[in-house]
Structure formats: C-alpha cells, structure tokens
Design a binder for this molecule. Structure first.
Ligand code: ZN
Length: 559
C-alpha cells in the first residue's frame, strides 16, 4: 500500500490556508447544496471523449487458386475475424475459408494473444467464445481452419480488444410500502416527518406537521458508505470511489409537505450506503432515523456509460509527438528515487522504490471538477504521452475503462466532522493512493487521486498529486512541483519530467531498488554515481536539458 497525503500549502499560500482552515473549522455549519454531491457532467453541450484509435484493418490476400487436379491442400485462411470483449472473455466471429483445399473443413480454432488461450468450433454459426482472459489486458485473436488433411495458416489478427469487469450497481431491494420514520433520540413532538416510502429510485417523505412552527431548523437525507468500508476510504475494492457516497441532500423549503429525494449512484463503482434522515433542532440537537442500512443503488452512473468531457476542454494527443525520449541520466534516476518527506518526519533523503503500475493510463474526473480541472488533466495526459508512450495516456471513454480516477470534492462542514473522511479537521488537500497495488488490489488500475476542490490551488494540486501518481515522492528540489511545503513550483520541471521517465520506462519495473533501476537502464556505477549519492542536492541542478523545451511548452500551454 502506497499512499501520499498532502496536508499543507506552499508558503506563498500558507496565509490563505490558515484563513481557509479557520473558516472551515470555526464557522457555523453551512448547508450543503441540495443536489447530489457528484456528477462529472456539466452544463451545456458535452463533448464525448475521443475513442481510442482503431487499428486499421489489414487487407486480406486473395485466396490462392486451387489447381483442380492437385492433392488436398490446407484450407485458405478464415477472413473478417472480429472480436467483442466481455467480462474476462471475448466473442470471436469470422467468415469461412473461401477454399477447403479439397478436403471438408472439420473445425475452426481461435487463439488469443497474449496467453494463447484457445476455443474451437465444430458446427453452427461461425463464432466462438474464449474465456479465462485477464480483464484490462489487450488481446488480439486469430482463427485457423482445420481439415482432415491439415490446418490453415492463421488469419490476420483482430484489432486489440480489452476484456473488462462488469461494474453494474446492484438493484435496490428497498422498495417498500409507506412506513413511519424511525426517529431515535428525538421526542415525538419534534418529529418533523411522518412517513416515508421508497419507490422508483427515490425516497418520498411526507410531513404531517409544519416544520416552520416547530423547533426543526434543518432536515437532510444523508448517505454514508456502509460500515466495513467507511474506514477504508483508500480500500482497493472501491478504488476510492466510496468517498463520493458521503452525501447530504438538504430539504431546502421546510414549509413543503412532501419531498422526493432521487437516489442516484454517484459513481459507476458499486458501493452500498447507509441512508439516514436527520433533523437538526433549534437548540442544535439532532434527531436521526436509520432508513436503510445497506442500500444498493439501481440508478446513476453505470460502467458502460460514456464519459463526457466538458465543452471548452481541449486535448491534442499528438501535441508533443515530435519529442524523443532520451536515455536517462544518473541524475534522473537518483532524483526519481529519492524522497525528502516532511510529513513523515524524515528530514534527510531516503530511497523510495520504483513505482510503476502496469495498467494503461485512462483518466476521468469525478466529483465537482471544473473545466479548469479537466484542462489540467488534459495537459498532463498530453505530456505523459510524449515521455511515457507505452502508457497510451488518454481520457477514458467509459467509466469502467478508467484506470486513474481523479476525484475533486468540496469539503463542506459536515464532511470535515467525519473523521474517516479525508475532508477532516486536518484540512486534507490532496492525496494519491495506489490502493494496495501488489497487496491484492488495483492490479488493473493506476491508483486514484483525491483533490479538495475547496482548496485555493487545486490546479497545482492536480499537477502535484499526479507527479506522485507517475512515481515521484516528495523531492527536495526548489522549483519542483513535488517539493513540500515550501517553494513548490506551479508546473512540472524538466527534472520532474526526466524523473517520471525513470519510473515509467519500459526497462524499469515496479518495486525496483535504485541500484536495480540504474542497472536496468544501463547507467554505470561510476564515480559520478557515487558523487551524486553522497550529495543528493546535486541532482536538483538542471542536468536534464533535453526536457527543458518540453517543460517550457507545458508551462506556456497551461497559462
Ligand atoms: Zn505530495
């Protein structure tokens, strides 16, 4: 489990932080917005993220003519091979060989690559299902035809397709008849609601008193991730999505007699929640009623739903396509794998293991992101494509495709009170977690980022947390985006970019020690290496000029 939490601001923003913290901790509660506390959607026309480039199909060779008098030959190759990925499987279809070579075709065989899993066909429609595939892995498929004589050459491979786990929230089982709200710690004279029912994806509440003349000050419906996950906000089984299930829907007009609260899952990842109705009285005391202790959404975001990128966000996946990644230097390796982390009370340099997660980089923003947040992510995707091309970084097109969710949340007062929520009294600003990669989780993801949208510098936070996500710890080099808490830069520097390359390089793998990474990258263990290890401040100097222009361009594009 690897988790970096960032609590503090750069010095230049420290005053703002103190003011912000004071406001958040010291002021009276502010009602949260009545709308659900999430939604990646935005007002206005939405643009659909660009889908992955589809490999161009290969022209099939013309069938070889079969001389009429020759002995039986192999069948020609099957054509039009296509695959549709499912959950750990793929359905493959094809067209029959145009010639059986003089001997009847007895079967077809489908082979997956990588892994070599096979499925065979003997009769019926020309289709076969290959099972046992690894979700998140890109597969191609070929088909051969078999006759009594021999087996044909393999067909052209299909375009790559990726099996994906099905992430469909389970159907709610809480449809009930009208029943009384089970208030606790609240006397009947002050009970503000008489009955409730759950129908058609929402709770309906009917008041039988006039709250305006009662002692009721505020009523809201709250949802909290079901116990067992509450204390694992970085648990691998929900990839951090459960944070978005802490929600509160305030009944704004208490003079109304009826309220309907839609229950929409705020993320595509199934997370059950506890549903409570809460009333605050004029004396600041609270009544709480537990309505459902394990609610399952049946509406809301689904895994297959398309992700829309807000209008106005631009991304050019080829913006830096002319960049050639240079051979890493010793300086970059030591920069990449050194950490000076004041949060962990480690004032000196320490070595950090190489961090590289195998999944492709598919980004989506959740919570309350603004167009600016999306744009910052777009700019970082663009540059990662140039320096770590094998990650094929891009915005995800569907929710189930996401390998790196970037959560942006506001921290209303009620969340801060919840100790296990990152919006707690310590003033959480941002974090990156790999969710326990190699400890049993997130093998198909790259972890997740959590950003406080209440912070005054969320754009810098996204760059900062994403540099963690790309492998770096807290580097004690002035101007770096990853230094904390003072002198933090606003953008990734040339040295930051070069260090990211060390982590994401194809020759390095997750968990390598610094010396293993040095060796893997073909860097000699010479006097320069020893000199840099003896005085790591030397790696803070700009010794990676190849990245200067790229860093400058990144900065200018971000302004
Ligand atoms: Zn950090």
């Amino acid at each position: 489990m690897f988790l970096i939490r960032d609590y503090r601001k750069p010095a230049i923003l420290f005053g703002l932080l103190m003011l912000f913290t004071f406001v958040m901790v010291g002021c009276s509660p502010t009602p949260a917005a009545p709308t659900p506390d999430l939604q990646a959607s935005v007002d206005g026309e939405a643009l659909t993220a660009q889908p992955s480039a589809t490999p161009t199909s290969t022209q099939e060779p013309a069938p070889t003519p079969v001389p009429p008098t020759s002995a039986p030959r192999p069948a020609t190759t099957p054509t039009n091979v296509a695959a549709t990925a499912g959950n750990a499987q793929a359905v493959v279809t094809w067209s029959a060989s145009s010639s059986n070579g003089g001997s009847p075709i007895t079967g077809y065989s489908v082979t997956a690559s990588p892994g070599g899993a096979t499925a065979t066909w003997s009769s019926g429609a020309l289709t076969a299902t290959i099972t046992g595939l690894a979700n998140g892995t890109a597969y191609t498929f070929t088909v051969t035809a078999t006759t009594a004589v021999s087996t044909s050459a393999a067909s052209s491979a299909t375009p790559a397709t990726i099996p994906t786990a099905t992430l469909t929230p389970t159907v709610a089982s809480t449809a009930t008849a009208t029943q009384s709200v089970p208030w606790s710690a609240c006397d009947s004279a002050n009970s503000p609601v008489a009955t409730y029912s759950y129908q058609d994806g929402g709770f309906q509440f009917d008041f039988d008193i006039n709250p305006a003349s009662s002692r009721v000050k505020q009523v809201f419906l709250g949802t909290t991730p079901t116990m067992g996950k509450r204390h694992q906000w970085d648990a691998n089984n929900t990839n951090g999505f459960n944070l978005h299930h802490f929600r509160r829907t305030v009944f704004e007009d208490l003079s109304a007699t009826s309220f309907i609260v839609p229950m929409l899952s705020p993320t595509s990842v199934p997370v059950n929640v506890t549903v409570t109705l809460n009333a605050q009285l004029e004396d600041a005391s609270w009544c709480t009623a537990l309505l459902v202790d394990n609610f399952s959404y049946n509406q809301g975001l689904q895994g297959a739903d398309a992700i829309t990128i807000p209008e106005g966000v631009t991304i050019d996946y080829d913006r830096y396509s002319g960049f050639t990644v240079p051979q890493p230097l010793a300086e970059s390796v030591i920069y990449a794998m050194s950490s000076n982390d004041p949060y962990q009370e480690r004032p000196g340099w320490m070595d950090v293991p190489l961090r590289d997660y195998p999944a492709k980089l598919r980004v989506a923003l959740y919570g309350v992101p603004t167009t600016t947040h999306w744009q910052i992510a777009a700019e970082l995707i663009e540059v990662i494509r140039a320096i770590a091309p094998d990650l094929d970084a891009r915005f995800a097109t569907t929710h189930e495709e996401v390998t790196m969710p970037l959560h942006v949340t506001a921290c209303p007062e009620w969340k801060i009170k919840t100790e296990e929520h990152p919006c707690n009294s310590r003033g959480m600003d941002g974090s990156f977690s790999d969710g326990g990669y190699r400890d049993g989780g997130l093998a198909e993801t790259r972890g997740y980022l959590w950003i406080s949208g209440s912070s005054g510098y969320t754009t810098t936070l996204i760059r900062h947390e994403m540099v963690h996500q790309m492998g770096l710890g807290h580097v004690k080099c002035k101007g770096s985006i990853s230094i904390v808490p003072d002198y933090q830069g606003q953008y990734w520097t040339a040295s930051d970019l070069a260090a990211i390359v060390v982590h994401q390089e194809v020759r390095t793998t997750h968990g390598m020690t610094m010396d293993q990474a040095r060796s893997a990258l073909g860097i000699p263990k010479d006097s320069r290496w020893e000199e840099l290890l003896a005085d790591r401040s030397l790696v803070c100097e700009n010794q990676v000029a190849a990245y200067d222009a790229l860093a400058a361009k990144l900065q200018s594009n971000s302004e």
